[in-house]
Design a protein around this ligand. Structure first.
Ligand code: IVH
Length: 662
């Protein structure tokens, strides 16, 4: 390579741009696999050219050794907490004080969501992340720089603007990451985190940055300081600046002219809080003008220019009428409380998960007890604690036989869950089929619970591979299944054969192998057979694959039953080879394509991505400049137009060949 330094810089910029698009703006332009490919290229180059190393390179997020403890750091100015307003009246009281203190001058408020995490200061020197410090007691916090560097939405290098500054903001864990973490802890027999805030705090304060990295924290900046003081004259402006500098700033904010507008913002987000992917516990209101902030000053504990409007916790008390046990895809038995229906924050709740038997013991729960339940977003409601014992209490014991198939149930050492070990258990099978067909996995539309129940109960499907043997005659035997919907389902099953290898791999339901891990494995090994043949160590050599995942994949392919399943899926025509997407600058540079009709395996989006990745363009109308028209089934008028203009017409197979991926 002529100019490794130039190439390294180009890759770093490219990766920074994609990190910003993905982690800050939530608008990725490329797939995880493509991102990983870029990262690998950069890593390779940096290894070959150690002289080009840089601490703010995107490869350097997880570095450094585990620490022995945290160093204490004094904050540039105290990190104060806020006074609370518990209802509209208290917020109006706050506003009245502000008005009086400002002597009738005009003022505005910035209303922001109050994220429920922990506050953290991040110091930048020369535009680079130099130090991150937890709030601690507000005067002195702990240096958590190594861990904070793993938070992808926290830029290692500010994109523009100030060189020396400090941001204060909230480190949070979103609900999905929280659920995933707890599910994983269940599997490993570890105690669950009670809420995303505790999980975020626990993850930021671990001594091993790798652990923080795996927890996928997020950081939202809400203050911009220089020399311990506000860096702008207006708070609103500082939020805009932070956003321009590449920080994640919550877009749900509003500049309010008076307290009524602020109250409207509070009410709006109280009603909409379930739409958010993370927990909020209220709204923070800040006087916008920094000059006015200065005039209002501080009490010993909190600023007089800001307040937290707190939402009530979404809890309710009700009684437990019974405990049912559900069986999941992996055979795990989950106890679920049947509740006397109760309204919590506008939703009627009749069931709440109890997770596992340890949790029931921890709660000291008996059937008949009155319990406090809590609903948070789309998370299934949970039992927080026993409120008072019921008058007629009955203790609950987890069954030693599967409630669905009667099979043996075991609890392995180190696991919180009991599992039904009967691989033919119909509950497990149904869950496996639903997982296989689900959106984002094999995407078999129409393969919902009602259909799967029938297919399994009638013995038509005893393995996911049987889906590919379904016929019109068989489907027509089912209830509520006419020829039209049957044809639809069959068409969708057929279409699913075109799914790329990572999806097939994720569809198998191997423990710990979700879409991302599947993509990494496919990228590393190139094909199903190589993955199936790999030893534990080889598997572990793949990026981000730890011993737990490696062991699980290895075990899966040692099981004769699973090998048979894989063979049958191969025979059905599923994709077992991985076509790594080529990077831009490829075979189709500058060529324009027009798509028409349904292609046999690629969706329109996939075909478009494929063309773009190889450097081509996709247009919606055919002209003389069109390079190729890709025609599938039931093409539209574009095909006729192409013929008329003499544009070359190709099918999917030819497209793949042109793009260099077949
Ligand atoms: S401003 C002097 N803005 O709430 C201003 N805080 O009870 C200090 N929080 O410790 C904080 N979202 O951890 C501010 N948009 C936001 C916030 C926010 C969450 C937390 C923060 C703070 C606590 C105050």
């Amino acid at each position: 390579m002529k100019d490794p330094a130039g190439e390294v810089e180009r890759l770093r910029q490219e990766l920074r741009r994609h990190e910003h698009l993905y982690y800050v703006l939530d608008q990725p332009e490329i797939s995880d696999a493509e991102y990983d490919a870029l990262m690998r290229r950069l890593r390779d180059l940096e290894e070959r050219h150690p002289e080009l190393a840089a601490p703010d390179s995107p490869t350097q997020r997880v570095g450094g050794e585990p620490r022995e403890g945290f160093v204490k750091v004094r904050h540039s100015s105290p990190m104060l907490s806020l006074d609370n307003a518990l209802n509209d009246g208290e917020l109006r009281d706050f506003d009245r004080r502000v008005r009086e203190l400002l002597g009738d001058a005009e003022y505005r408020y910035v209303a922001e969501l109050k994220l429920d995490g922990l506050s953290m200061a991040a110091h930048y020197r020369g535009g680079r992340l130099a130090q991150a410090v937890t709030r601690g007691d507000g005067i002195v916090g702990e240096d958590v720089t190594g861990n904070a560097r793993t938070i992808r939405s926290l830029p290692l290098r500010a994109a523009a603007g100030l060189e020396e500054f400090e941001t204060r903001g909230e480190a949070i864990m979103n609900r999905r990451a929280f659920e995933r973490l707890n599910a994983e802890r269940d599997e490993r027999g570890l105690a669950r985190f009670a809420n995303p805030r505790n999980a975020a705090a626990g993850s930021l304060r671990v001594l091993e940055p790798r652990i923080t990295a795996s927890r996928r924290l997020d950081y939202y900046a809400y203050l911009l300081l220089a020399g311990g003081r506000p860096a702008c004259d207006s708070h609103w402006q500082s939020l805009e600046d932070l956003s321009r500098m590449g920080f994640k700033v919550n877009p749900n904010r509003r500049l309010c002219r008076n307290v009524e507008e602020a109250l409207a913002f509070c009410a709006e987000w109280e009603a909409r809080r379930d739409e958010l992917p993370y927990e909020i516990d209220g709204v923070v209101l800040k006087v916008d003008s920094v000059e006015q902030q200065r005039a209002l000053a501080f009490t010993a504990k909190a600023p007089r220019w800001a307040i937290a409007y707190k939402y009530p916790a979404r809890q309710a008390v009700t009684s437990v009428e019974g405990i049912e046990v559900q069986v999941g895809r992996t055979g795990a038995l989950t106890p679920v409380a049947r509740l006397k229906p109760v309204e919590v924050g506008g939703v009627t709740v009749a069931r709440a998960t109890l997770h596992n038997e340890d949790e029931i013991e921890r709660l000291g729960l008996h059937i008949g007890d009155n319990v406090v339940i809590e609903r948070s977003g789309d998370v299934i409601p949970k039992v927080v604690r026993v409120h008072s014992p019921g008058s007629r209490r009955e203790s609950f014991r987890m069954p030693s036989q599967c409630p669905v198939c009667g099979g043996t149930v075991v609890r392995e050492e180190g696991e919180a869950a009991r599992r039904c070990i009967n691989t033919n258990c119909s509950a497990r099978l149904k869950e496996s089929v639903l997982h296989f067909a689900s959106r984002g996995v094999m995407n078999i539309d129409g393969m919902g619970e009602a259909l799967v129940d029938q297919l399994v109960d009638r013995g038509m499907v005893a393995s996911v591979a049987d889906l590919y043997g379904l016929t019109m005659e068989k489907l027509l035997l089912l209830e509520r299944m006419g020829p039209k919907s049957a044809a639809n389902v069959l068409g969708n099953i057929e279409k699913s054969k075109g799914n790329p290898l990572p999806r097939v791999l994720a569809a198998l339901g191997i423990r710990f192998v979700g879409q991302r891990t599947a993509e990494l494995l496919a990228g590393e090994f190139g094909g199903m057979d190589a993955i199936a043949a790999a030893g534990v160590e080889e598997l572990q050599a793949a990026p981000e694959v730890g011993p737990k995942v490696a062991q699980s994949v290895f075990q899966f392919f040692r099981e004769p039953r699973n090998r048979e399943l894989v063979d049958r899926l191969r025979a059905a025509g599923l994709r077992f080879e991985h076509h790594a997407a080529p990077l831009a600058g490829g075979a189709l540079d500058g060529v324009t394509f027009v798509l028409t009709g349904t292609l046999p395996t690629l969706s329109r989006e996939e075909a478009t991505r494929l063309i773009q990745l190889a450097g081509g363009k996709v247009s919606t109308s055919v002209s003389k400049k069109t390079g190729y028209v890709v025609a599938g089934q039931d093409p539209g008028s574009k095909l006729a137009k192409a013929r008329e203009l003499g544009v070359r017409i190709v099918d999917e197979a030819q497209l793949l060949e042109l793009a260099g991926v077949s």
